[in-house]
Design a protein around this ligand. Structure first.
Ligand code: FAD
Length: 536
């Protein structure tokens, strides 16, 4: 049976094209409303912008400065929903905003007060002013000269944003939806103004097929406008502005997340903790071309390094482990510079263009994905004549613990240790990454103890995760596993120390020949080469 057969045998209510955080959130919402759903992704889940974000679940101080109170309020609410429904993947994160002379404390204090007010339903503590001495005590990496003090406030982080996206897809599949990766949507099929479905190509075999669907959602992020141009070839006003954002991965340099302001243009950017490293980002510059080709340029690295080192001097000479670049899709506004363009999404219904049943999502932050999905599926339900309310605000993600996170974590660690004899470090890591589903990995180990073998000396990940990723999480290449099911590839060793074991375990599970295994190894090296450190 070919991979496309699962898509060809029935007519779906909804076909989502694009497996980023927005597309998968739509698929999850729709399945929870009992619609029949298919999702196709040309590469891997979260392969696009979703895996290249700052990984914050936040209202966004930057958008507050732009006066976009509605967006900030919506996303602060979404932060609460995610802290509740995906506590294994979304965690509170304390931020420091160090204040250096001559920046005014008044404006910043006002802004953070408004931020707190907009988060009136929050579970996180409100902002607090720290004296210079207190700030240096809790964050000794800060440059003391000129420091007035710092604000301490809370937001949230999804270090494994890719897994949030993945868990949307898992929820979709659990509800009977079909998710197919490495499957590209090629052409839209329309008859007499009504969408019939999409022609797709299996990128593993080159086979082509039709997917019939009553509603098709274009959730292609930065690829959305290009695809639409081919699907509905008629002149239209520009829909998107693309903007590149770069991050630097450095050794861990601070104890806290920091909000800093660039001395070059006053833009706000972050220094964030990420799995034992510091992530510095991001930039916001115009981008043209294929979003897949975005890379960090020496100028991007210099901008971030110089800006950050004014507050954290250690950043100037810290070794650069790697960089990554992503492309934001911003709903088009004609005049302003990229960092001033709003982050609010737009939903287009193409019925007036002769394609009833086609919807396009433009822009929107990852934090807002659930709210965007609710609106999209509400509209789709209208087109389908189906009445059902969104259930995502109250439904737990598939791995979410059925209990309070802090109490659950040590309990689960002990359980994993007991079931599969996993050492505490590995057990804790698995519980954090997979939540309740970590028990399924422990079961693999209990049945086959050799799967407890560590993948490399400096990560707590084990061989069983590779097997599980292939069997349960759509992983088809080493990059899928090292960069998007785990963050092993986003660490000083870039995943190279684990590569042989990953290739050999995946090869066993997927039946690779030695030549195919070699090809996959080279494919991974090419994939991380795009993220390479530019020479500066
Ligand atoms: C540098 C940076 C930092 C950011 N930081 C944050 C943050 O901290 N918090 C936050 O909330 N938001 C953040 N964002 C925004 C957030 O990352 C994006 O809004 C979000 O990831 C967009 O998701 P998406 O699903 O719309 O797009 P994508 O993740 O790009 O998904 C689109 C998918 O479509 C697939 N595709 C393309 N063409 C086809 C085709 N023909 N057929 C099938 N599939 C196809 C692609 O492979 C891709 O996987 C950041 C963005 C950037 C660039």
């Amino acid at each position: 049976m070919g991979r496309l057969d699962a898509l060809a045998t029935r007519r779906f209510d909804l076909l989502v094209v694009g497996g980023g955080i927005v597309g998968t959130a739509i698929a999850r919402d729709a399945v929870l409303r009992h619609l029949s759903v298919a999702l196709v992704e040309q590469e891997d889940l979260a392969w696009g912008t979703t895996s290249r974000s700052s990984r914050l679940i936040h209202g966004g101080l930057r958008y507050l400065a732009h006066g976009d109170f509605r967006l900030v309020r919506q996303d602060l609410h979404e932060r609460e929903v995610l802290l509740r429904t995906a506590p294994h993947l979304v965690h509170p994160l304390p931020f420091l905003v160090p204040l250096y002379r001559p920046r005014s404390r008044w404006w910043l204090g006002m802004g953070l007060t408004v931020y707190d007010m907009l988060a009136f339903d929050r579970s996180l503590p409100g902002k607090r002013w720290l004296s210079r001495q207190e700030a240096l005590q809790i964050e000794p990496a800060l440059r003391p000269q000129g420091l007035e003090g710092a604000f301490l406030y809370y937001d949230a982080q999804a270090p494994y944003m890719e897994r949030l996206c993945l868990e949307n897809a898992i929820a979709c599949a659990q509800g009977g939806g079909v998710v197919l990766t490495r499957c590209r949507a090629i052409a839209l099929r329309v008859h007499r103004g009504q969408v019939l479905g999409v022609e797709v190509e299996d990128r593993l075999t080159g086979e082509r097929g039709q997917v019939e669907a009553r509603v098709v959602v274009n959730a292609l992020g930065p690829w959305a406008e290009g695809w639409l141009g081919e699907a509905l070839p008629r002149p239209r006003r520009p829909l998107l502005r693309l903007s590149k954002g770069v991050h630097l991965l450095l050794p861990s340099l601070t104890r806290h997340a920091l909000v800093l302001f660039s001395p070059q243009d006053g833009r706000l950017f972050f220094v964030l903790p990420l799995e034992g490293c510091s992530l510095v980002g991001t930039t916001d510059t115009p981008f043209a071309g294929d979003p897949a080709s975005a890379t960090a340029e020496p100028g991007d690295v210099a901008y971030l390094r110089e800006g950050a080192s004014l507050a954290v001097p250690g950043i100037q000479d810290a070794p650069l482990y790697t960089t990554y670049a992503g492309v934001r899709a911003l709903a088009f506004t004609p005049t302003r510079r990229e960092s001033d363009v709003g982050r609010r999404h737009r939903l287009l219904d193409h019925r007036r263009e002769g394609a009833k049943g086609l919807l396009t999502v433009l822009g929107g932050k990852a934090t807002a994905a659930r709210a965007i999905a609710r609106e999209v599926v509400d509209t789709a339900c209208g087109l389908l004549g189906w009445e059902a309310e969104s259930r995502t605000a109250r439904t737990l993600f598939p791995g979410a613990p059925r209990g309070e996170w802090k109490a659950w974590l040590p309990f689960q660690e002990a359980f994993l240790h007991q079931q599969a004899n996993l050492p505490p470090t590995n057990a804790r890591h698995l519980a954090r990454l997979y939540g309740e589903r970590s028990a399924e990995i422990a079961l693999l180990v209990a049945r086959e103890p050799s799967l407890a073998e560590p993948l490399c000396p400096h990560h707590p990940d084990i061989l069983a995760q590779v097997r599980y990723a292939v069997q349960q999480e759509w992983a088809l290449t080493p990059g899928d596993f090292l960069l998007r099911r785990t963050l092993i590839g986003l660490s000083p060793c870039r995943g190279l120390d684990a590569l042989d074991k990953v290739v050999s375990e995946m090869g066993r599970a997927l039946g690779w020949s030695p030549a195919e295994a070699q090809c996959q190894r080279e494919g991974y090296l090419q994939e991380i080469a795009l993220w390479n450190t530019p020479r500066v």
